[in-house]
Write a protein that binds this ligand. Structure first.
Ligand SMILES: Cc1ncc(COP(=O)(O)O)c(C=O)c1O
Length: 363
């Protein structure tokens, strides 16, 4: 059935498993003393959680969002540390955490209390989260010590790792203030530490700690606005390709697409691509968003519709029905498309729609 579907509509996402492994190697090269907790939530940033975990089985741990993802990983046979990045949402989940040996972030006193009240057959490892300045999840510095003490004496709790998350590791502001805060609180405590997302892993060795938590870099995308993925030796994992399924010859003054937002200033050859916002392509991508047609760089024209978008064929040699189109990936970094659309690569990758057929490649 899958092959038949692909024959009927040319859009597909290719996932390069070798690139995933290469990018893990890059992460390890930057943080050779740390264990790697590969962040594979949001369906492996849109790449398929189990597929990604399989390719990254050399990682010592996987970070996911919820118990369902974690259980799916265990049931697929992964024995690594599995961390719930927001922890459990209710005490009802604790027996499952114990049964499947899942580690949990602990970010609020209510979770500590649930652990204190729990009677569990095995202890649960926890990552105690310090709010070092991001002000999203975690204990404020003045409450951190008390939370740690409670966890250390709770019968249901096994190993405690100290953790924080950076708000600006990818920006000029960097991690200094948050790192100082974390180091002050962790000083003298004999516990493993986990701080670094991709940006901190790449730029701040002093923040590596015992467990790094790379996400976006594993998928071959740069976390930085001022550094390309290629300059960081990262290889794109997802390549979204389609073909031209229609052609239009616009006369000067004619418009294309919903809302007639693009008007041709001169006679313009337009290609219609089988890819739209229902596939995960951003509807807010404006005219001028980069795209490859026949391997040549071009731009989108007018509004993205549900199942199609329009591209400029001016200067594209040999373009016709069936010509290959790359929406992002090899040859066109997803960051460039995201940037044109006013968003981040994270959002585009995660938004890949389930209706898009996926094929796996190896290089
Ligand atoms: C707590 C935590 N750690 C690590 C990551 C990975 O971040 P990145 O994809 O920027 O490497 C995330 C991603 O959202 C996260 O929430």
């Amino acid at each position: 059935m899958g092959a038949v579907t692909r024959l009927m509509r040319p859009l597909q996402a290719q996932i390069d498993l070798s690139a995933l492994q290469h990018n893990l190697g890059v992460a390890r090269g930057h943080a050779p003393q740390s264990r790697t907790m590969a962040v594979i939530k949001a369906n492996g940033y849109g790449h398929g959680m189990l597929r990604v975990a399989q390719a990254l089985e050399a990682a010592e741990g996987f970070a996911v969002l919820n118990v369902e993802e974690a259980v799916a990983l265990r049931e697929a046979g992964f024995n690594q540390t599995i961390l719930l990045l927001e922890g459990f949402f209710s005490a009802d989940e604790l027996p499952t955490l114990a049964e499947y040996h899942l580690a949990s972030v602990i970010h609020c006193p209510e979770q500590v209390e649930m652990l204190e009240m729990a009677g569990l057959p095995v202890k649960i490892d926890v990552f105690l989260k310090l709010n070092s300045g991001m002000n999203r999840l975690g204990f404020r510095p003045e409450a951190f010590g008390a939370a740690l003490q409670r966890l250390q004496t709770a019968r249901a709790v096994g190993r405690v790792t100290l953790m924080t998350h950076f708000a600006c590791a990818d920006e000029a502001q960097g991690v200094a203030a948050q790192l100082d805060c974390f180091n002050r609180l962790a000083a003298g405590l004999d516990a493993p530490r986990s701080l670094a997302n991709s940006a901190a892993l790449l730029r701040y060795p002093e923040a590596h700690g015992d467990w790094v938590r790379p996400g976006i870099m594993l998928y071959g995308s740069s976390p930085f606005a001022d550094a390309s993925a290629a300059s960081l030796d990262l290889k794109p994992v997802m390549t979204l390709t389609s073909t031209l399924i229609g052609l239009q010859e616009l006369q000067a003054g004619e418009a294309v697409g919903y809302g007639a937002t693009f008007h041709a200033e001169q006679p313009t050859r337009v290609g219609i691509v089988a890819c739209g916002y229902a596939d995960g392509y951003p509807r807010h991508a404006p005219t001028g968003t980069p795209v490859l047609v026949n391997g040549q760089r071009s731009r989108t024209l007018g509004r993205v519709s549900m199942d199609m978008l329009c591209v400029d064929l001016t200067g594209i040699s040999g373009a016709g029905i069936g010509s290959p189109v790359t929406l992002w990936g090899k040859g066109l970094p997803v960051e460039e498309v995201a940037n044109a659309a006013g968003t981040l690569s994270y959002e585009l990758l995660c938004a890949l729609a389930p209706r898009v057929p996926v094929t796996e490649t190896h290089g």
